[in-house]
Write a new protein. Structure first.
Length: 106
C-alpha cells in the first residue's frame, strides 16, 4: 500500500502563522483599548500625552506584551498614597476578553 506524502511541517507552519496573526490582532486591539482608557472615561490620565503616546505592544512566538516604558505608568495603573488607581492596562485586557475570544475563535 503506497504511503501518502507527509505535510505535517507545512501544516504546523500554517497553524503557527495563523496563530501569530491572531496574536498580533489581539495585541493591537488591547493596545487600542488601553489608549482609549487613558484618554477618556473614569481612568483618564492625560496631561502631556506622553503616557498615552508610549503605549505599545510586541508579539513573540506564543505571547504578546502590551505596555509602556514611561516610568510613572505604574503609579497611574496602581495608584499611590495620594492618588487612586486608574487601571488603564488591566481594564483594557478585561474589557477585551470577548474580542480576543472572537479573534481566536473560541
Amino acid at each position: 500500500m503506497p504511503r501518502g506524502k507527509w505535510y505535517g511541517v507545512k501544516v504546523i507552519g500554517n497553524i503557527r502563522g495563523d496563530t501569530q496573526k491572531k496574536l498580533e490582532l489581539a495585541a493591537t486591539y488591547v493596545e487600542g483599548q488601553a489608549i482609549l482608557n487613558i484618554s477618556q472615561g473614569p481612568t483618564m490620565a492625560v496631561d502631556s500625552g506622553r503616557l498615552k503616546n508610549s503605549i505599545t505592544h510586541e508579539t513573540h512566538k506564543d505571547f504578546a506584551r502590551i505596555g509602556t516604558n514611561v516610568e510613572y505608568s505604574t503609579f497611574v495603573e496602581l495608584g499611590t498614597v495620594k492618588m487612586g488607581p486608574r487601571p488603564f492596562l488591566r481594564l483594557a485586557l478585561i474589557n477585551s476578553l470577548g474580542a480576543i475570544k472572537k479573534i481566536f475563535g473560541s
